[in-house]
Design a protein around this ligand. Structure first.
Ligand SMILES: Cc1ncc(COP(=O)(O)O)c(C=O)c1O
Length: 427
């Protein structure tokens, strides 16, 4: 065990999982590449869990952060804060939510916590609908709406949560149905759940489940859900912590795959917007955001240094049409991986859209998840010079591919070739 690893083990919690038999210390990055403390270079297809959204060491972000640090890093929300107001204006306008208000936090967990506080207060109900196989964060309230057993360490909760079907298309009781019938069956399930409970505050859902292994329902499911929810005034919260800002290529927000329904009542975001600076937040219609009758702040939420990073990052993303790049390069990458998968019996499915691609592994000839194979492919890819992630429901057997959105075609080709070798060496 190297020195830093044993020190890590000696002082940090056991449940703070590390990737790889010999964990990596990443010391620097540039563009889509990172280097470890031994000087090895890797193509980064995971971006620190979809957080390095544009590129490593993006000069525009570095410059904005260092200039802001030289002026003032933090003043709290007790004082007017120009970068916070500017970023809130831009996010409100991009959200599609009418009369939107934005509240900044420091993480996705805290963003979802805030959305739950707002929804339960607005609706005077502590019942929440969530999706099976979901992940919404690590706090006491967030684990209470997380439908993924591996990430929910307690069933104690301030909320009463009911889990509905639909987030996983190709497993579960409705898997054999076609898209239309699948949506109808999920809607019937939702109606059935609603018939047995007191009126819930909200439905919270990731448009594409992140930790759950990049699984998603057929387009339009949440529009169909929305009609049922609307009839009872139940709010819809889209957790866009992984899917926001154009990552899915076809859309700027994941919810837009369900656009017939119009925007959600609330959007939560985090990860990519700060390109590594800790920004999270909630966007909500004013009447919902303003429903609290006591003060509430987040000391670090919206602090100048992170807002400077967010503004520079968002400007770069929009000006360079990285959503379009995610669509084009992600489209090539997914086709390339599907062609490889067709030759490998251990690959059950290649799914996702844009630069959010999941590769689910099973024991060949069965439908049984193969977490050992996923770990082996992760190791082999690393040896080949490629970093990827993994995720999935009860068994972590999906590879997760989510590079920075500035990925080039040549880098996509290179990464796909390394991954192909890693898959072939495992099966
Ligand atoms: C969809 C989703 N929501 C919320 C969170 C929690 O975000 P954070 O880790 O910033 O608290 C995550 C983190 O992975 C996530 O994927």
């Amino acid at each position: 065990m190297n020195d830093l690893y044993s020190r890590h083990r000696g002082v940090l919690p056991d449940w703070l999982a590390l990737y790889y038999d010999e964990p990596l210390e990443l010391t620097h990055g540039e563009g889509r590449h990172v280097w470890d403390s031994d000087g090895n270079k890797y193509l980064d297809f995971f971006g620190g869990i979809l957080t390095t959204m544009t590129a490593h060491a993006l000069p525009e972000v570095t410059k904005a952060v260092s200039e802001q640090a030289g002026r003032i890093i933090h003043s709290s929300t007790l004082y007017l804060n120009r970068p916070m107001v500017e970023l809130a204006e831009r996010i409100a306008q991009l959200s599609g939510i009418p009369d939107a208000r934005v509240f900044f936090t420091t993480s996705g967990t805290e963003a979802n916590d805030t959305a739950l506080l707002l929804a339960t207060t607005y609706r005077r109900s502590n019942t929440v609908l969530a999706m099976r196989n979901s992940y919404h964060g690590r706090s006491f309230s967030a684990v209470g709406i997380t439908g993924n057993r591996s990430w929910s360490p307690t069933s104690l909760s301030p909320l009463q949560t009911l889990y509905v079907h639909g987030g996983v298309r190709t497993r579960g009781p409705f898997a054999e149905l076609d898209d239309r019938a699948f949506i109808d069956a999920c809607v019937e399930d939702l109606k059935d759940v609603l018939g047995h409970t007191r009126p819930p505050a909200a439905l919270i859902a990731e448009p594409i489940q992140g930790v759950g292994g990049f699984t998603s329902p057929p387009d339009g499911l949440y529009a169909a859900f929305r009609e049922v929810l609307n009839a009872q005034g139940i709010l819809w919260i889209a957790d866009e912590v992984q899917t926001g800002w154009g990552r899915t290529g076809d859309h700027f927000w994941g919810w837009q795959a369900h656009a017939r329904s119009g925007p959600p009542d609330m959007i939560t975001f985090a990860k990519g917007i700060g390109n590594g600076a800790s920004i999270g937040g909630v966007i909500a219609r004013a009447e919902i955001m303003n429903c609290l009758d006591a003060n509430s702040i987040s000391t670090f939420g919206g602090t100048q240094i992170t807002m400077a990073a967010g503004l520079a990052n968002l400007t770069y993303l929009v000006e360079h049409d990285l959503q379009g790049n995610a669509r084009r390069v992600g489209g090539l990458l997914i086709e390339r991986l599907r062609a490889v998968a067709a030759q490998l019996p251990g690959v059950r499915e290649v799914r996702g859209r844009g630069l959010m691609i999941g590769v689910e592994l099973v024991k060949p000839g069965t439908d049984e998840a193969d977490p050992q194979a996923a770990s082996a492919v992760l190791e082999a890819a690393r040896e080949g010079g490629l970093l990827i992630g993994k995720g999935g429901g009860h068994n972590t057997s999906a590879l997760r591919i989510a590079p920075p959105l500035s990925l080039t075609v040549a880098e996509a080709e290179e990464g796909a070739a390394i991954l192909e070798r890693a898959l072939r060496s495992t099966y």
